[in-house]
Design a protein around this ligand. Structure first.
Ligand code: ZN
Length: 207
């Protein structure tokens, strides 16, 4: 991490309306681009000096189940992260979940709370996205590595840990971040087990 996260340059968007289906007249697509591929492209309408005014392939954008994404933009002299939180995130999760800070101060009946019930918070979504950042973490950045069905959620985290711990380390799922932050419990089974006796933070107050 070069200068630490507090100095990390980010351009943050709530939505991806700057991706347009209208291309400026005379836009040249790379050779061999098929009409099907062309139909999946967007035009980045952001200013050229911010890395915009370019063709974007269809992997970008708030479509399908995508709730957030990050892309490193290299301007040659400087790099920054283009971070998009999709409207879907705000529609689906914004009002539903207590904040991580609120959860940290809460006591749950032991073994009754599953980490997958914690759901998505803005904090962990931002950590998730920034953990993908090439600008911030370079070779130590994370990926969304498909386990059984997807790359997300405790079940998939568990699957990776059992089958290929290397994948578990490189995967960006939110559950481990949540488990680390809600440190008053031992979440290794998925449920909030009592913290083991020798844990250094056992007797520190959550809050
Ligand atoms: Zn991801």
């Amino acid at each position: 991490m070069k200068d630490g996260i507090q100095n990390h340059p980010i351009e943050l968007w709530c939505g991806d309306k700057f991706y347009s289906k209208t291309f400026p007249p005379g836009t040249e697509f790379p050779d061999n681009t098929t009409p099907e591929e062309r139909a999946k492209c967007y035009w980045d309408t952001r200013p050229k000096e911010r890395g915009g005014q370019r063709i974007i392939e269809n992997t970008h954008g708030c479509k399908g189940n995508t709730i957030a994404m990050v892309e490193g933009i290299n301007l040659g002299t400087e790099m920054f992260d283009l971070l998009i939180i999709c409207p879907k995130w705000f529609d689906t999760y914004w009002f539903e979940q207590p904040s991580m800070t609120a959860l940290r101060g809460q006591q749950f009946e032991v073994k009754k709370k599953h980490i997958s019930e914690i759901g998505r918070q803005l904090a962990t979504t931002l950590i998730h996205e920034l953990s993908h950042s090439r600008v911030l973490l370079d070779k130590r950045r994370t990926y969304d590595i498909i386990g059984e069905k997807s790359a997300y959620g405790f079940k998939e985290v568990y699957f990776h840990a059992k089958n290929n711990p290397n994948n578990a380390l490189r995967n960006a799922a939110d559950s481990p971040v949540q488990a680390m932050y809600l440190e008053g419990y031992n979440w290794s089974t998925g449920f909030n087990e009592a913290m083991f006796e020798e844990a250094p933070l056992k007797n520190t107050l959550r809050g």
